[in-house]
Design a protein around this ligand. Structure first.
Ligand code: SF4
Length: 369
């Protein structure tokens, strides 16, 4: 049977999971900022922000998990939509003197670490990440001090201070080759903070690892039973899973990958339906690239009216058009990092970038949340 005839046989019923109304209620219940605009307000904000970006010599870099509005605005205004590391690298290469980072706090910090000469602003500096919150620098430092025989490897979703204490920083896509490299050198690994990504890397490499018990509040919610049920209903669908998800969910995956890796997988011309286990902001890029395909949200453990059920990262949702316009007008929410910490945090990031270059690994395509 040809791929063309297979395509015609797939029936695409209505999405069974998250309606706009449900999403709106769930996020409102969670205290997230759902953007509701008066007539004409959204258009006025978009036009005003584009004008301010030019006046302020600024460029907008947005993460895949931000709203469709912000991703579209970044693209239309000459900015960029990417994973955290590539956001920082784009900002480095772009001539603008101000970077507006729409994402969460560690992304603004990474941008500042790599671009100390630039002004970095964020719509809301309170936007954080459960992985970052669950790995405070004092506890991490004490843990490292208690296990000096281990090489410390931290995920990008950590504060600048934690990065400054680490031997290596990794993204989800480059974690496996770096850990294998460390194993070949006979090193043992202290991994922080995501336990699911850590145990995935450990299963794949067999390396002796101590794993910090942090997790992403979003990815931890995906449930294997729900995915199995959905797969029965849509047997042709490929299951795409971010490795921050629990082991039972990762085991059901056709593709395990970072945000950029999953977007790339969705371009497979032979597959026309996907069950996607990651933050639903990623659908903007997936649907933009493949508008005729079916993208289904992997079911979560939430029962309704919570972050767990809508699966929108509550901190990513703190980025909006109104607060973006405000920081452009006022210059508020600038990211600053003590030079000593910034310089030390740059070392393990640079080590990863050098490793990627030496091994010809395209970190750009293997980023992370
Ligand atoms: S989706 Fe998870 S990993 Fe990403 S910023 Fe939100 S809490 Fe952190």
């Amino acid at each position: 049977m040809s791929a063309q005839s297979e395509k015609k046989e797939i029936e695409f019923p209505e999405l069974p999971l998250v309606t706009e109304d449900f999403l709106s209620k769930a996020q409102a219940a969670a205290g997230c900022q759902m953007a509701e605009y008066a007539p004409g307000e959204r258009e006025a904000l978009l036009a005003g922000i584009k004008k301010l970006l030019k006046e302020q010599d600024a460029v907008l870099v947005a993460h895949y998990y931000t709203s469709d509005d912000l991703q579209q605005l970044a693209e239309e205004s000459g900015g960029y939509v990417a994973d955290s590391l590539e956001m920082a690298r784009f900002g480095h290469d772009h001539p603008a003197s101000t970077l507006i980072v729409a994402g969460v706090r560690f992304m603004g910090e990474t941008a500042k670490i790599l671009n100390p000469e630039k002004r970095v602003l964020m719509p809301d500096t309170e936007a954080t990440c459960s992985l970052d919150l669950e790995c405070p620098v004092d506890l991490f430092t004490a843990f490292c001090d208690g296990h000096p025989e281990y090489t410390s490897v931290v995920y990008a979703n950590t504060s600048a201070a934690v990065k400054a204490r680490a031997d290596w920083v990794v993204t989800s896509g480059i974690a496996l080759p770096i850990i294998k490299h460390l194993a070949e050198r006979g090193e043992k690994v202290l991994w922080a903070p995501d336990r699911h990504l850590g145990s995935y890397v450990q299963r794949e490499t067999g390396v002796d690892m101590l794993i910090w018990p942090g997790s992403c509040v979003i990815h931890e919610q995906f449930k294997a039973d729900g995915i199995r049920n959905l797969k029965e209903k849509y047997p042709q669908a490929q299951v795409l899973v971010h490795p921050e998800s629990p082991k039972e969910v990762v085991e059901l995956a056709d593709v395990v990958g970072s945000t950029t890796g999953l977007i790339k997988a969705s371009l497979n011309p032979d597959v026309h339906a996907f069950i996607v286990a990651t933050e639903p902001g990623i659908f903007y890029k997936m649907k933009q690239a493949s508008p005729a395909k079916l993208f289904l949200e992997a079911p979560s453990g939430g029962l309704g009216g919570t972050c767990e059920s809508c699966l929108r990262c509550p901190w990513m949702a703190m980025n909006g058009l109104r607060n973006l316009a405000e920081v452009l007008k006022t210059g508020a929410n600038e990211i600053t990092i003590e030079e000593d910490i910034r310089a030390r945090a740059l070392v393990p990031i640079q080590r990863m970038l050098d490793f990627a270059r030496r091994h010809q690994i395209i970190v750009k395509e293997k980023g992370n949340a």
